[in-house]
Design a protein around this ligand. Structure first.
Ligand SMILES: Cc1cc2nc3c(=O)[nH]c(=O)nc-3n(C[C@H](O)[C@H](O)[C@H](O)COP(=O)(O)OP(=O)(O)OC[C@H]3O[C@@H](n4cnc5c(N)ncnc54)[C@H](O)[C@@H]3O)c2cc1C
Length: 562
């Protein structure tokens, strides 16, 4: 068995765990982050990507609203390449109460959030696809945030300060000696090798899985998992975030994200034992489409690319088994103080938006226990990629769309792979303008080990063609670079990538999405000859899961698939 020693071990490579690793490294602590899969594979990679201004919570939860606007201002300063300052519109539709708008504006102002009322004509001028029947609109400083880039940049910064990421390492137990947590038992999920990491402090940043980690020490952190589903449409139909101006409800936010738009989200409590097996159901798809079309009627004629869902890490504290005491805010527990079990700290709840603050709170607790008096710098120090985005990158032979996309995703770090080398500049993903150089950078610097990881670092395969044209080329490069590292070979990598895609396409398998799925099956099976590969599913037309289609969708599918 492999044995490693460090000062702090962090469980969970979502935005929160990555933030804790960064904060510990910046304060000079030796820290290791263990993640059972790839980074941002949990809830961090399955959300809406809304950089809240706090306006959504202003009427119902002032504390969260204030927390959001503070972090919103910080993210603009430190994470420029991960965010888009789109602003947001809260629109009132004929079925909503226009009187809510005044209450909303005054609640925003008391939380310190700017909220400017617009006439319907003004709103339509700045956002032409918004429902023309709107009665009023309010402009707020919402934006969008790329959770993959945020997490990868935090890890990159942490590594540059001595922190270490160990992905594909699952925690299987806590090491407890003399009434104190002293580390974690782990297993390498790729090789099966057992690894023990001994540490002075263990941080449980496993989000919704935090309950399981606490149970390894017979502690009770009761999570109330709330599933949320979203749909991605195949181009950017709105340039600002569009919300309904009413109390938060299902499918009332449309977020633009890079080249697409996302409508979400639903909210449904699911049993804890089901959190690994959640999927989007047809009723949710219908709700999302119906409500989304109310925000932007053009959605009714827009191709849906895929659906996905995540589980919000909500927490109930104490012995409340009824769930009445559920916290939607940040939950920090030092188990030394709360349960007389020193060495373990749990940080959970919160939002992507508040992940930096959550990391600061957890790291403050770690630092206190270790007698480290260094102060937190994460609110002022820009992340790698956000330090001079406008920096001149000398690569005159690179076309502007290619260099622009690279700088957009990696800020000044794009200089390390954009050059005049023709091989490096070969475009591998045409939808997202990803070059060979960017792929090599992601494998060498951002811990991407296979095609699915690469998608999270570069957006390869996330554009309108969904990887149809680029996955083979990219898999070849990744395999060539990582084969000696026990990574999957190219065929396995493509199989895994396609399986991920099918999962997202399945709930929306009618009309254009079905034609596209059938086309890609025949492309891979017949043209590219991947029919030998077991992980490629049977032809879509044969395995159409009709039980998933509602009557209306079935009739659309029948008409459109002819
Ligand atoms: C549908 C939906 C929409 C949302 N939209 C937004 C939004 O627009 N804006 C916003 O601010 N917030 C949003 N949120 C909330 C936000 O996504 C989460 O609060 C946040 O991502 C949680 O991050 P985390 O790092 O705490 O947890 P996670 O991202 O879940 O990270 C936990 C990690 O722990 C790892 N792990 C678990 N068990 C183990 C183990 N045994 N060993 C090793 N690793 C382990 C998991 O693999 C996972 O990667 C949304 C949530 C949902 C569900």
């Amino acid at each position: 068995m492999k044995q490693i020693e460090t000062e702090v071990v962090i469980i969970g490579g979502g935005a929160t765990g990555a933030g804790v690793l960064r904060d510990c490294a910046l304060r000079g602590m030796r820290a290791i982050l263990v993640e059972k899969d790839d980074i941002a594979n949990g809830t961090t990679g399955r959300n809406h990507g809304l950089m809240h201004s706090g306006a959504r919570y202003a009427v119902t939860d002032q504390h969260s609203a204030v927390e959001c606007i503070k972090e919103n201002r910080i993210l603009r300063k430190i994470a420029g390449h991960c965010i888009e300052e789109t602003d947001g519109l809260f629109i009132t539709l004929p079925e909503d109460e226009l009187s809510f708008q005044d209450k909303f504006i005054s609640a925003c102002h008391s939380a310190g959030i700017s909220a400017e009322p617009l006439t319907p004509a003004e709103a339509l001028r700045i956002e032409p696809n918004v429902n023309p029947q709107l009665l009023g609109a309010v402009r707020v400083p919402d934006g969008t945030i790329d959770p993959f880039r945020l997490t990868a940049s935090s890890i990159l910064d942490a590594e540059e300060y001595g922190g270490r990421l160990m992905n594909y390492i699952r925690v299987t137990g806590l090491i407890i000696d003399n009434g104190r947590v002293c580390g974690v038992h782990c297993i390498n999920v790729k090789t099966g090798e057992a690894v023990d990491i001994r540490a002075l402090q263990v941080v449980n940043a496993a989000g919704i899985w935090g309950q399981q980690i606490a149970e390894y020490a017979d502690l009770s952190i009761r999570m109330f998992p709330a599933k949320g589903s979203l749909l991605i449409v195949d181009y950017r139909i709105n340039s600002m975030v569009i919300n309904r101006c009413r109390k938060p409800a299902d499918a009332d936010i449309l977020v633009p994200g890079d080249t697409i738009s996302l409508i979400g989200t639903t909210s449904e409590k699911v049993p804890y034992q089901d959190i690994e097996n959640i999927r989007v159901n047809p009723d949710e798809v219908e709700t999302l489409l119906t409500e989304g079309t109310k925000l932007c009627p053009i959605m009714a004629q827009t191709r849906v690319l895929r659906a996905y869902c995540g589980v919000r890490p909500l927490v109930s504290l104490g012995n409340d088994s009824s769930g009445r005491n559920i916290s939607r805010g940040i939950v920090l527990v030092d188990h030394g103080e709360a349960d007389a079990l020193p060495g373990l700290i749990t940080i959970t709840g919160g939002k992507l938006m508040t992940s930096r603050l959550m990391a600061e709170m957890a790291t403050d607790a770690v630092a206190k226990n270790l007698g480290n008096s260094s102060r937190c710098e994460t609110a002022e120090k820009p992340l790698p990629g956000a330090r001079g985005q406008q920096a001149e990158i000398h690569a005159p032979k690179v076309s502007i769309p290619v260099s622009g996309s690279a700088k957009y995703r990696h800020g000044e770090r794009a200089a390390s792979f954009l050059s005049d080398d023709q091989k490096q500049n070969a475009i591998i993903c045409e939808c997202e303008m990803v070059t060979r150089g960017e792929i090599e950078y992601a494998v060498n610097n951002l811990n991407a080990k296979n095609l699915v990881d690469l998608r999270r670092r570069t957006r390869i395969g996330m554009g309108p063609c969904q990887g149809e044209m680029c996955s083979c080329r990219a898999a070849g490069i990744v395999s060539e670079m990582t084969h000696s590292d026990n990574s999957e070979n190219a065929l396995d990598s493509i199989g895994e990538f396609l399986q991920e895609r099918w999962k997202g396409v399945r709930p929306v398998l009618w009309g254009d999405a079905m034609c596209e799925a059938d086309f890609s099956y025949w492309l891979y099976d017949n043209l590219l000859g991947y029919n030998q590969l077991q992980s490629i599913p049977a032809p879509v037309s044969e395995q159409l899961c009709t039980e998933q289609l509602s009557t209306e969708q079935k009739s659309i599918a029948a008409v459109e698939s002819v």
